[in-house]
Design a protein around this ligand. Structure first.
Ligand SMILES: CC(C)(COP(=O)(O)OP(=O)(O)OC[C@H]1O[C@@H](n2cnc3c(N)ncnc32)[C@H](O)[C@@H]1OP(=O)(O)O)[C@@H](O)C(=O)NCCC(=O)NCCS
Length: 284
């Protein structure tokens, strides 16, 4: 039996972690991994086997109200040896030690049986929509309202307090720290009635998060967020938000895969009709 060591991930693991997630076909970049590890150094874990990193899992803590499990990955040749289960047990132990009331995650078909065995319950579906190439928006997108969304340069302190307030109402708990970190590597659009972000991805640009009070606001913000995007784009949404589905379809996105959002502990639902794009499967 090979020696197996669970340990915390550090910035030095980013390149290997990207290699593992990319070989699973995932879209996360070095910036995404760096942000996850920097924000959650105590709760980002990996397993070394035969002298190299073979399995990962992260836990993003939104205070003690909610924590989000992500990046549950095992290299293909090391699967079915209990590595993901070990890491899940570890992150759940960390959540319990912090008094976290709810743990959530977005489960792939491969991950769902493990989570169910650990007490996670299905909450709602989650979908990834894709656009092979963004085409320049049509005439109705040139409306004055479309122009009113403010584009902020990457690096500016974004999103602003109003966006964070809307996000908290929609998501159910404050995730300002994560949004500020995403703001460092995203194009961010803010308005009085919502915000949208777009960042680079490994295989396609990532549209999200986007929270908006109305479908009109979402349309305006998402158009603006996609305006200077040339290549393919992915957009993760909650299909129970029919307005988000309608908008994605209208903009030429098509559904690519379905996951299931699962939770463990107290249920937590909020104004999800305002959520037009997720921040990431690993973030909520
Ligand atoms: C899902 C994944 C992380 C599991 O990693 P792993 O280290 O092989 O998982 P474990 O060995 O700890 O298996 C734990 C349990 O998960 C379930 N499981 C694992 N792989 C499975 C598969 N391919 N099909 C069905 N169930 C599976 C089983 O219940 C398993 O227990 P068992 O083998 O005793 O029946 C791995 O298959 C993977 O990296 N997949 C691609 C990325 C992905 O989808 N990640 C999940 C994101 S939510």
């Amino acid at each position: 039996m090979a020696v197996v060591e669970i340990r915390r991930l550090t910035a030095e693991d980013v390149a290997t972690a990207v290699e593992i997630s990319t070989s699973a076909g995932w879209n996360q970049t070095a910036a995404d991994w760096s942000a996850l590890i920097a924000l959650n150094p105590e709760t980002s874990f990996g397993i070394d086997c035969e002298g190299r990193l073979v399995s990962t899992a992260t836990l993003v803590c939104y205070g003690d109200r909610l924590a989000w499990v992500g990046m549950v990955l095992t290299r293909a040749e090391f699967r079915r040896q209990g590595f993901a289960r070990l890491l899940l047990e570890r992150v759940l132990g960390e959540a319990e030690a912090r008094g976290v009331r709810t743990v959530k995650l977005d489960a792939t078909e491969q991950g769902a049986p493990l989570y169910a065995a650990l007490g996670f319950i299905a909450e709602q579906p989650v979908e990834r929509w894709v656009m092979p190439k963004w085409v320049v928006p049509g005439r109705d997108d040139a409306s004055p309202r479309a122009a009113s969304a403010r584009a902020l340069a990457p690096g500016a302190r974004v999103p602003d307090a109003l966006a964070v307030e809307l996000d908290t109402l929609a998501f159910g708990t404050d995730r300002e720290t994560v949004l500020l970190r995403l703001g460092q590597s995203s194009q961010t659009l803010t308005a009085h009635d919502g915000y949208a972000m777009r960042r680079d991805g490994q295989r396609a640009a990532y549209l999200g998060p986007c929270v908006a009070r109305t479908p009109q606001a979402a349309k305006r913000l998402i158009h603006a967020a996609l305006r200077h995007n040339e290549g393919p784009c992915v957009w993760d949404l909650l299909p129970e938000n029919a307005n988000a589905v309608r908008l994605a379809r209208k903009l030429g996105f098509t559904p690519e895969r379905r996951l299931v959002r699962m939770f463990r502990g107290e249920p937590l639902r909020a104004k999800e009709g305002w959520i037009y794009a997720l921040a990431g499967f690993e973030l909520g």
